[in-house]
Write a protein that binds this ligand. Structure first.
Ligand SMILES: [Zn+2]
Length: 327
């Protein structure tokens, strides 16, 4: 756990919730076999990821791959008791040693959703925002850039990109190729440039989904069938496009258990967000679905966030495309 006032407070709160039986009750519900707990990290350390996996294993949870989930859906199979599906978004360079190595050690499936432009160029678009200050370029914060049309956001970022470089954050093509050979790893799409899809023109949307799928398939020689929405934003148009382009399942960031009823629409599967740097106690509450609903109920949205950055907007917004987004 990273020591900060926030994390110490949430560590105390999480332990209180555990002591009061919230996690035990959630565990019992999960063991009934009527829902799946899907979850996602971004770039956890090896230690924190391993602690989560060990906790889930020692508490009798069953790990599913997206293929297992797809089989449950298409063959109408029963859900295993205590089913969990562990994923990670973006394709951070530490994922190979921190996630894949642990998944192999504990023989559990891990799914990594990769944005392909960052793999080719090195960094994600938001990394360039920090550089804007050094270059005296006035640019709105990340949270505002997520609300404007994609063309405008991309133009602002490209202006900074032309003038500076940032260190590599994402895995390389070689790393992608290497981890794809592990029998515990499934790679999925996460667009090419990590735009907010609902802010894209329709042509851009199709391009983002198609190009990233094609590149990942060329790099790995494997079909890319699964997808996670950047920032959790999507609408009917995005679901339709994924289906047309041959994706089979898509994951949102809606923090809910996945019930049998949720499996009827395979393009909006919920996931709980886990938080890098937080205590294991907090992430246990997050993994079991205890954390976010309680934090929102007690009007503590700051503590419900999935990313440890002040620039982040709350994730999960299912919204229709473009109409409101003219600024
Ligand atoms: Zn992402």
């Amino acid at each position: 756990m990273e020591l900060s006032a926030r994390n110490v407070f949430t560590w105390l709160l999480a332990n209180l919730l555990i002591m009061c039986g919230f996690v035990n009750r959630a565990k019992k519900r999960a063991m009934r076999g009527d829902h799946i707990l899907s979850m996602y990290f971004h770039d956890p350390s090896k230690k924190e990821f391993e602690a989560c996996i060990k906790w889930l294993k020692s508490n009798g949870f069953t790990f599913l791959s997206p293929e297992d989930l797809h089989n449950i859906i298409t063959e109408d199979l029963a859900m295993p008791k205590g089913a969990v599906l562990m994923t990670a978004d973006d394709g951070w360079k530490g994922n190979e040693s921190n996630l894949v190595a642990v998944a192999e050690k504990y023989q559990v499936p891990i799914t990594i959703f990769v944005s392909t432009e960052a793999v080719e160029e090195g960094a994600y678009w938001w990394a360039y925002l920090e550089k804007a200050k050094d270059l005296n370029i006035s640019i709105p914060p990340k949270s505002s850039l997520k609300l404007i049309m994609n063309d405008k956001r991309a133009a602002l970022i490209n202006e900074i990109k032309r003038r500076t470089k940032v260190d590599r954050q994402a895995m390389t093509i070689n790393q992608i190729r290497q981890i794809s050979e592990s029998k515990y790893v499934t790679l999925g799409g996460h667009t090419h440039t990590h735009p907010i899809l609902v802010n894209c023109r329709t042509e851009q949307l199709y391009n983002e989904l198609h190009v990233s799928k094609q590149k990942l398939e060329a790099w790995t020689g494997k079909e890319i069938k699964y997808f996670a929405y950047p920032n959790g934003d999507f609408g009917e148009r995005e679901m339709r496009a994924l289906s047309e382009l041959g994706y089979k399942l898509a994951f949102s960031s809606e923090p809910r258990q996945t019930s049998r009823a949720d499996l009827r629409n395979t393009y909006c599967l919920p996931r709980f967000g886990l938080l890098e740097g937080a205590s294991l106690a907090e992430n246990i509450c997050r993994m079991t679905g205890v954390w976010k609903p309680l934090m929102l109920k007690f009007r503590l949205p700051e503590l419900a966030k999935d990313e440890n950055t002040s620039m982040e907007t709350p994730v999960y917004r299912r919204r229709e495309s473009t109409k409101l987004l003219t600024s």
